[in-house]
Design a protein around this ligand. Structure first.
Ligand code: ZN
Length: 323
């Protein structure tokens, strides 16, 4: 999994990048504290089925939430005996869901919200999560109009909002994201799952925290046969950043996030991020890119910034799907 971007373009864009990481790291901690990193998609679906949670627009009261969470954590406790404290997990997860989806403390959240929260933080593959979530808002024939997509994006964006990070992802107004998706679909009135997945692969600004969460998780145990040019860490553990301007120039995660640079390496030079060790194919491809970039000027890099996510045009805060 790779991610190319440059640090040059503008402070705002950098902030989005960095806040995506900051948000993802907070979410990773939360995911582990709630033991949702142990929960498979199929186990989550079993629990939802068992509690007959099919009507996504229906409200769930506290008791229903507790019952479903208890089923989820009882099963996790059986599988991971010493890791899961059922009453504690149920309590923490309930509180988290209410903080995210019931800020007015009405004692109810929608079934869709419950599913969005649990599935976003479970252990599944990223695209399986996208497919699952899309299916929840799609019609029985598998299509989704703007309103339905809006419901899904609304419930998704509440997760970074609760962490105080929503501004970096385009604000709580999801209309620009909905518009971005349907423009991507050539303004068709309805989209199918494959198109939604293609759009999500561009990592739209409002959703970029979720793929970054997956990369943060993958990078935790990654060990790269490379040496950090700044702090000399070798092998590099975590994210590895390789220069696409200089050969054999790598930076470790902590140097990269603290913005340290070595002599002769400019912030605007493009870098590629690896959360898992590189394959020989990736090495060859990067080598070719470095060759190309070697003679490119600062102006070229300034004119061709890479953002690594799909920006959506943001509008003023205030309007909200809930109203
Ligand atoms: Zn370093």
């Amino acid at each position: 999994m790779i991610f190319v971007f440059s640090l040059s373009s503008s402070a705002d864009l950098n902030n989005v990048r960095f806040s995506a990481y900051r948000t993802a790291m907070k979410l990773r901690r939360l995911q582990k504290a709630l033991c949702l990193d142990l929960l498979s998609l199929s186990a989550a679906c079993d629990a939802l089925d068992q509690h007959n949670l099919k009507q996504n627009d229906q409200p769930m009261d506290i008791l229903q939430i507790i019952n479903c969470l208890t089923t989820i954590y009882d099963r996790l406790e059986q599988e991971h005996n010493n890791l899961v404290n059922v009453p504690l997990c149920v309590d923490m997860c309930l509180n988290w869901l209410l903080n995210v989806y019931d800020t007015g403390r009405t004692g109810r959240i929608r079934v869709l919200s419950f599913k969005t929260g649990i599935i976003s933080l479970c252990k599944a593959h990223l695209e399986d999560k996208y497919r699952y979530l899309f299916k929840q808002v799609a019609s029985s024939t598998g299509f989704c109009d703007q309103r339905r997509l809006g419901l899904l994006l609304h419930d998704s964006i509440q997760i970074p909002r609760q962490l105080g990070e929503v501004a970096s992802f385009g604000g709580s107004n999801i209309e620009p994201s909905v518009r971005s998706c349907f423009q991507f679909a050539n303004n068709k009135p309805e989209i199918e799952a494959a198109l939604f997945l293609d759009w999500m692969r561009l990592e739209p600004q409002s959703m970029v925290w979720l793929p970054v969460l997956h990369r943060v998780a993958a990078a935790e145990t990654a060990k790269h046969q490379a040496k950090c040019n700044i702090c000399k860490e070798c092998p590099i553990i975590g994210f590895r950043y390789r220069s696409l301007k200089h050969f054999n120039y790598d930076i470790c995660q902590s140097c990269f996030f603290s913005g340290r640079v070595a002599k002769g390496h400019k912030m605007h030079y493009p870098m590629v991020e690896y959360c898992t060790p590189t394959t020989s194919g990736e090495d060859v491809r990067d080598f070719a890119k470095v060759l190309k970039n070697k003679f490119r000027t600062k102006r070229y890099f300034a004119k061709h910034p890479r953002m690594g996510y799909l920006p959506v045009q943001t509008v003023l805060e205030g309007d909200n799907m809930e109203t």
